[in-house]
Design a protein around this ligand. Structure first.
Ligand code: NAG
Ligand code: NAG
Ligand code: NAG
Ligand code: NAG
Ligand code: NAG
Ligand code: NAG
Ligand code: NAG
Ligand code: NAG
Ligand code: NAG
Length: 805
C-alpha cells in the first residue's frame, strides 16, 4: 500500500498543487455569523439545517437534486449550490423531510429517517467506538468525524468520494469515482474512474466493466496518458502561479454522467464551473480506438495505423476507417533466437492486460527474457526514472497504444519475425537515390507556354492599369541583369542547355551566390511588348506557394526576354512514377507527401491566392520535384483567372491533356475548379498505381485506370490498384483513403466532386467517414473522339491536344 500512496500523492500534487492557498486568509471571520461548521455529540442536524465551512465555501445539509423529491445528505458549494460535491446516502434516498443526521451511541455518524419509527439510512460504520464525537465541515469541503478527546479525525468524507474529487482529496485504490445515474438521480451510474486492479498501477475510466480510457501505467514519474492533462497551457497556472491575488480558485475533478473525467475550475464571477480539460478526448484517448496491435497518432491522418510488422485484420473495415478490428502479424514469430525487436518511441504503453513485470530487471535482461519466452510479444522499461529501469513484458495482443509526440518518453520493443524487420528497414529508408539530371522536364518547358497564356489572358485586363510609367515601380519581381544571367549560364552555352521547347531553349545556370536556376529564353517573336511582359510576370510572381514552382525573376535585354525559375533537380513526378526503377525508390510516405503537397498547391490556386486560378492542365508531368522531392505545380499554360464570384466558364478552345480532362470539359468546354479536382483525382490514382490513366491497359478489359479503380472498389478490393512496389512501405489505411478520395474527385458530375479544401481536409485531418464515391467520369479515348466529333459538328468546339511528353 505504501508505494501506492506515494503514487497517489504525486498524482494529487500534479492535479492540485496549491491545495492550501485558498484557506490561509479565510478562517478568522466566523464570529459574527450564526452559522456553524461543527456538530457536537449532543446535537443533530435536521432537514433544513445546514453546517457551513468556516470560510463560507461549503455547506452541508439535506437537499434534493433538480426535478427530484428525494432527500440526500450532501455537501455543496455555497456560492453555486447546484454543485454537489459529496453525498452520504446516494443509493438510499429519503422520500420525505424526516431525516436527521446524528451520532449513534458508539459515536458513529448516522442518518435516520421516519418520524415515529426511525430507520437507519446511512452510517459512517466504523467498528471502533468514537469517544466524544464531533463532526466538522472543513474549509476544504472535507466532512470529518473527530474523536473529541484526542482530536484525531477517524472518518473523512474525502475517503468516500462520489463523482467529484476536490482540491486536496486523496483517492485510494478502492474508492472509485462513480458517475451519477442521471441528473435527477445520484445513485451509482455506469461510469467509474479509479485504479485498475493490477499490480502495475494505472488509472482507468470504465463503462460498466469495459474500459473507456486509461492513463497508461505509472512510469515512476507520471501517467503518460494523462500528461497532457497538465501539459495543456490552460493548466500552467495550476502549478506556476496559483490563484490570483484575492481570488480563490477552486478546482475539482468530476466524472460526469456521460463518462467524461472533467478538470474543472470555479469561476466566481459567473458562478459557473468551467471545464478546463477532459478525458477521453475524441480519438486516440478512446480505449482501443485502433484495435488490437494498432497504433494511434493524432498527428496523422488517418489516426490509426498498424504497428510495424502488422497489417489490418480486415482490410475492408480498415478502409472504411473502422479500426476496431485491429491488426494481425504479417509473419508469425519463429519463436527462437531469430526473432528480433523493433523499437517504437514516445508511446503510451500498451494496456497491462496480460503481462509480467519486475522492478529490478535491466532493459537488456528484459529483452533476453522476452526473447526466451515464446508468449512474450513486447517489452519495455517499467520505470523511466533514473534513466530507465525495471521490466514489463506483454503477452497476447497489444491494446490501446498511442503516440504522444510532446511528452512521450517510453519506448516499446515489439517482437517481430526477422523477415518483417528487414522489410521495415528497407521501406523505412528515406534516402532515395539521387538521380543525375540531364534534362528539365517537358513540364518546365511548357511553363513557358504558361507565360504566354497569361499574357493573352491579361492583355484585356491590362488596359485598366493604364499608367505605363508606374509599372517599373510596381514590379516587385527582381529584374536580373543580362550579364548576371549570361555568366550564370556560361553565356547560354550548349552544355548548359537542358531543354528546348517551342517557345525557346531552357538553360541551367548557377548564380555567383551559388543558387541554381532554370532560365527560359523566350523566342524573339513572342509578340509581347516589354511592359506587358513585365506586367504578366509580376502577376505570376505574386502566386507564391511552396507547392508552386517559383518564378524568381526576369530579365529584359533589348528584344530578349528571359524568365528565371527555381531549379528543380528531380524533374517531374511523371518521370518518377512511370519509370519502373525510379518508382521503386519512391516509398509510400513520400508519395503521400507529394499528394498532400499537390493538393495544397491546387487549393492555393483555387482559393487562397488573391486570384482564383484554374490550372486546366494538371498532370503528373506538370508536377516538378525539388531536392527533397517536394512537389511543385508548374505550367500555367492553360491557366485561367476567374473573377471573385465566377465559378464556371466556357471555352471554345478545349486545351488540356487526355486522360486528365474531366468529362464536362472535354465534351462541353466547361471548366471550373471542379475540372481541376478531376485532374487531381487522376493524378492521385496514378501516384498510387504508378500507372497512367491514358494508355492504361488491363489485358482483357477495355477500361482506363479510373474504370479499373472503380471496378476494384466495387468488388471490394480497392487495394489491388496499388503499385506492388509499395506493398512494404505503404500504410494501408492511408492508401485506402487516397483511393477513396481519388474516386470522389473523378466522379462524373462536377457538383459531386469535393472542392480542393475538402480534399485537403480529408487527406490531412482525421476524417471519421468519407462519402462513398459514385460512378467516375471515365471514358476511354475513343469515347472522347466520338464526343469530339459530335461537338465539332454541333458547336464547333475544337479539342486541342497538348501531349505531355
Ligand atoms: C452540548 O454539549 C456541549 C459540550 O459538549 C455543551 O456545552 C452544551 O451545552 C450541550 N448542549 C445541549 C443542548 O445539551
Ligand atoms: C440550494 O439552496 C437552497 C436554498 O438554501 C436549498 O433549499 C437547496 O437545497 C440547495 N440546493 C442544493 C442542491 O444544495
Ligand atoms: C426510510 O428509509 C427506508 C430505507 O431507505 C425506507 O424503506 C423508508 O421508506 C424510509 N421512510 C421514509 C418515511 O422515508
Ligand atoms: C458496515 O461495515 C460492514 C463491514 O465492516 C459491512 O459489512 C456493512 O455492509 C457496512 N454497512 C454499511 C451501511 O455501509
Ligand atoms: C494524502 O495522502 C498522503 C500520503 O498518505 C498524505 O501525506 C497527505 O497528507 C494526504 N493528503 C490529504 C489532504 O489528506
Ligand atoms: C457504455 O456501454 C453501453 C453498454 O455497453 C453502451 O451502450 C454505451 O454506448 C457505452 N457508452 C459509451 C460512452 O461508450
Ligand atoms: C465570490 O463572489 C461573492 C459575491 O459575488 C463574494 O461574496 C465571495 O467572497 C467571492 N468568493 C471568493 C472566494 O472570492
Ligand atoms: C460530460 O463532459 C463532456 C466533456 O466535457 C461534455 O461534452 C458532456 O456534455 C458532459 N456531459 C454531461 C451530461 O454534462
Ligand atoms: C512466459 O512467462 C510467463 C510469466 O512469467 C509464464 O507464466 C509463462 O509460462 C512463460 N512462458 C514460456 C513459454 O516460457
Amino acid at each position: 500500500m505504501e508505494p501506492l500512496l506515494t503514487i497517489l500523492s504525486v498524482f494529487l500534487c500534479i492535479f492540485m498543487p496549491i491545495s492550501s492557498s485558498s484557506s490561509s486568509s479565510s478562517s478568522s471571520t466566523t464570529t459574527t455569523t450564526t452559522t456553524t461548521d461543527t456538530l457536537l455529540a449532543n446535537q443533530s442536524l435536521t432537514d433544513g439545517q445546514t453546517l457551513t465551512s468556516s470560510d463560507h465555501t461549503f455547506q452541508l445539509g439535506f437537499f434534493s437534486p433538480p426535478k427530484s423529491k428525494n432527500r440526500y445528505l450532501g455537501i455543496w458549494f455555497k456560492n453555486s449550490n447546484s454543485t454537489v460535491v459529496w453525498i452520504a446516502n446516494r443509493a438510499n434516498p429519503i422520500s420525505d423531510s424526516s431525516a436527521t443526521l446524528t451520532f449513534q451511541s458508539d459515536g458513529n455518524l448516522a442518518i435516520f429517517n421516519g418520524t415515529k419509527t426511525k430507520t437507519l439510512v446511512w452510517s459512517s460504520n466504523l467498528t471502533r467506538r468514537v469517544e466524544n464525537p464531533v463532526a466538522q465541515i472543513l474549509w476544504s469541503g472535507n466532512f470529518v468525524l473527530k474523536n473529541g478527546v484526542s482530536g484525531d479525525s477517524v472518518w473523512r468524507s474525502f475517503d468516500y468520494p462520489v463523482d467529484t474529487i476536490l482540491v486536496g482529496v486523496n483517492i485510494t485504490r478502492h474508492k472509485d469515482l462513480v458517475s451519477w445515474k442521471t441528473p435527477e438521480d445520484p445513485s451509482p451510474g455506469d461510469y467509474s474512474f479509479g485504479f485498475d486492479g493490477h499490480r502495475l498501477t494505472q488509472l482507468v475510466i470504465r463503462n460498466g466493466s469495459a474500459r473507456r480510457f486509461r492513463s497508461g501505467p505509472w512510469n515512476g514519474l507520471r501517467f503518460s496518458g494523462l500528461s497532457y492533462f497538465w501539459l495543456n497551457p490552460i493548466f500552467k497556472p495550476d502549478f506556476s502561479s496559483g490563484p490570483l491575488e484575492g481570488e480563490s480558485v477552486f478546482r475539482s475533478i468530476v466524472l460526469n454522467q456521460t463518462g467524461y473525467l472533467q478538470r474543472m475550475t470555479f469561476n466566481n464571477q459567473s458562478r459557473q464551473w468551467d471545464v478546463l480539460y477532459y478525458v477521453p478526448q475524441p480519438g486516440c484517448d478512446e480505449y482501443g480506438y485502433c484495435g488490437a496491435n494498432g497504433l494511434c497518432d493524432m498527428g496523422k491522418s488517418p489516426v490509426c495505423e498498424c504497428l510495424p510488422g502488422f497489417t489490418p485484420k480486415n482490410w475492408q473495415e480498415w478502409g472504411r476507417m473502422d479500426w476496431r478490428g485491429g491488426c494481425v502479424r504479417r509473419t508469425e514469430l519463429e519463436n527462437g533466437e531469430r526473432d528480433r525487436f523493433w523499437a517504437i518511441p514516445k508511446l503510451k504503453l500498451p494496456d497491462v492486460l496480460d503481462y509480467w513485470t519486475s522492478s529490478d530487471m535491466s532493459l537488456d535482461g528484459c529483452r533476453r527474457e522476452c526473447l526466451r519466452n515464446g508468449s512474450c510479444v513486447a517489452y519495455a522499461n517499467s520505470d523511466i526514472s533514473e534513466g530507465g529501469k525495471g521490466c514489463i513484458m506483454w503477452f497476447g495482443d497489444l491494446m490501446d497504444i498511442r503516440l504522444l509526440d510532446n511528452d512521450g518518453v517510453q519506448q516499446l520493443y515489439v517482437k517481430l519475425a526477422s523477415s518483417d524487420i528487414d522489410a521495415i528497414t528497407r521501406s523505412g529508408k528515406k534516402n532515395i537515390p539521387v538521380v543525375p539530371i540531364v534534362v528539365l522536364s517537358v513540364g518546365v518547358l511548357i511553363a513557358v507556354l504558361g507565360i504566354i497564356g497569361w499574357w493573352t489572358i491579361r492583355r484585356k485586363r491590362k488596359k485598366r492599369k493604364g499608367d505605363g510609367n508606374a509599372e517599373d515601380d510596381d514590379l516587385d519581381l527582381p529584374l536580373y541583369d543580362w550579364t548576371t544571367i549570361a555568366t550564370a549560364t556560361s553565356n547560354f552555352s550548349f552544355t548548359n542547355k537542358i531543354g528546348e521547347g517551342g517557345f525557346g531553349p531552357v538553360y541551367k545556370g548557377k548564380l555567383v551566390e551559388g543558387q541554381e536556376i532554370a532560365v527560359k529564353r523566350l523566342s524573339m517573336d513572342s509578340g509581347q511588348g516589354i511592359s506587358e511582359f513585365k506586367n504578366e510576370v509580376s502577376l505570376i510572381s505574386k502566386l507564391q506557394h511552396r507547392n508552386l514552382v517559383k518564378l524568381l525573376g526576369c530579365c529584359i535585354h533589348g528584344h530578349e526576354k528571359l524568365l528565371i525559375y527555381e531549379y528543380m533537380p528531380n524533374e517531374s513526378l511523371d518521370y518518377f512514377i512511370h519509370d519502373k526503377e525510379r518508382s521503386n525508390s519512391l516509398a509510400w510516405n513520400k508519395r503521400f507527401d507529394i499528394i498532400i503537397g499537390v493538393a495544397r498547391g491546387l487549393l492555393y490556386l483555387h482559393q487562397d491566392s488573391r486570384l482564383r486560378v484554374i490550372h486546366r492542365d494538371l498532370k503528373t508531368s506538370n508536377i516538378l520535384l525539388d531536392k527533397e522531392l517536394n512537389p511543385k505545380i508548374s505550367d500555367f499554360g492553360m491557366a485561367r483567372i476567374f473573377g471573385g464570384d465566377q465559378i464556371e466558364a466556357n471555352t471554345k478552345r478545349v486545351v488540356g491533356t487526355y486522360g486528365y480532362m474531366s468529362p464536362e470539359y472535354a465534351l462541353d468546354g466547361t471548366f471550373s475548379t471542379k475540372s481541376d479536382v478531376f485532374s487531381f483525382g487522376v493524378v492521385m490514382l496514378e501516384i498510387i498505381s504508378s500507372k497512367k490513366n491514358r494508355g492504361f491497359s488491363n489485358s482483357d478489359e477495355d477500361r482506363n485506370l479510373l474504370g479499373h479503380a472503380w471496378t476494384l472498389w466495387q468488388e471490394g478490393k480497392p487495394m489491388e490498384i496499388m503499385d506492388i512496389a509499395l506493398e512494404e512501405s505503404c500504410i494501408p489505411s492511408e492508401v485506402l483513403k487516397c483511393i477513396q478520395v481519388g474516386l470522389l474527385c473523378v466522379q462524373h458530375l462536377a457538383k459531386d466532386r469535393p472542392s480542393m479544401s475538402t480534399v485537403v481536409s480529408m487527406l490531412s485531418t482525421e476524417t471519421v467517414s468519407l462519402p462513398q464515391p459514385i460512378l467516375p467520369g471515365y471514358f476511354t479515348e475513343s469515347s472522347i473522339d466520338i464526343a469530339r466529333e459530335e461537338s465539332h459538328s454541333e458547336n464547333g468546339v475544337t479539342v486541342t491536344l497538348l501531349s505531355g511528353r
